[in-house]
Design a binder for this molecule. Sequence first.
Ligand code: TYD
Ligand code: MG
Length: 442
Amino acid sequence: MAKSKTVYICQSCTYQSPRWMGQCPECSNWNTFVEEVISKTITTQTKSYSNASVKMIRLADVTYEESKRFSSGFAEFDRVLGGGFVAGQVILMAGEPGIGKSTILTQICRNLSDSKILYVCGEENPEQIKLRAERLGVNTNNLYMVTETDVDFIIAGVEQNPDTKLLIIDSMQTVTSNEFMGIAGSVGQVRGCIQKVAEVVKRLNIATIVIGHVTKEGTVAGPKVLEHLVDTVLYLEGDHNHLFRILKTMKNRFGPVSEIGLFEMGEGGLREVLNPSEMFLSERSKFSIGSCVSVVMEGFRPLMFEIQVLTTKTMFGYPMRKASGFNVNRLQLLIAVLEKKCKIDLSQQDVFVNVAGGFKVSEYGVDLAVCLAIVSSINNKAISSDLCAFGEVGLLGEVRKVSQMEKRISEAKKLGFKKIVTPNDYKNISDVVSELFPKNKA
Ligand code: TYD
Ligand code: MG
């Protein structure tokens, strides 16, 4: 006999509680509990499986077709996917509102104008999409808009069009089903709807992109549930003050993770950036005080950036440390190392660090460049513009090796850097500082 009861589920982390709570004990978010019905079938008889015949398949007998992959028309997008879309693949594309998710998908529709595409427009009406499509030069008779947001209607539409190559759902948070509890966008709804869609598109071999909103903490609403239900998770990131957009993979069942694709937002939508290092360094002025170029790895790709540092005398006794694009705690640590190991007094200096171009660097390979830019600013002496540096700086002042050094060095050489300061040549931060800034009594 079926017996139904309700539970309260946190919309942020899916913690379950029998009672409503104001704050989630798991993720500490407030007002995230929503009531959901769970039906449990209680069976009195337990079935024995000991004699059941279990279907097994030898790994050697499993076949797959590599030809099932197809290109999105963007080399950068294909790279992130591991070589293009796979038929039946379900991709979750997440990003902040206004970052360019609908734009890039409209452009993919333009690139795939020979294939049938279904576009579920839950967020915008077809007129708005038409306007954007015209601006982006979409010229196709194969693009169909679906204005329904009931998941069963969407699925019916897909079933009636099994020759669809690509299904786009913009966005998952607007799709609902009366089978599930909760309002549109709640964990229960989104999870249930994505499962239903995935079942159909996998059966019909239709590649699917589902757009997901990002919460203010930077995760897709109901992150854990969604990421498990899809094959690939992509994040489109960027700074609204800058034109760069970075497409990252967080999970990929059909290719490598940690690959990135770079785009630039412009008049005609997103444009691929094929030579990112050149672009990031293009606005650099030569012989500036407090500037040092570094090369970091993003996935398997070396990227060059300019690190800018400004040090000024502290006005109010307590020195400020501010960083944009770089971890401020890491900055505090590097300052402590410089003070102790290179005898540079920063106790009465405010230190501001900026990664030019609005890129966020999370890799320790930039440590050395940050240190050198700080020393350059405090000594009022520019570093040669054909010098670049990379390496992790440890607590003992040692310069540590980082991954894929050969690739970094060849990227720097390609861009014309003559002096490359690497962990191969220097073992200690004080050696580098005393060579580049001889006046500094390190
Ligand atoms: P959009 O793709 O609608 O964002 P999302 O779907 O992620 O919410 O992008 C909206 C922004 O992109 C908007 O601020 C305008 C800008 N934009 C351009 O700069 N150029 C263009 O050609 C297009 C289509 C949009
Ligand atoms: Mg949109």
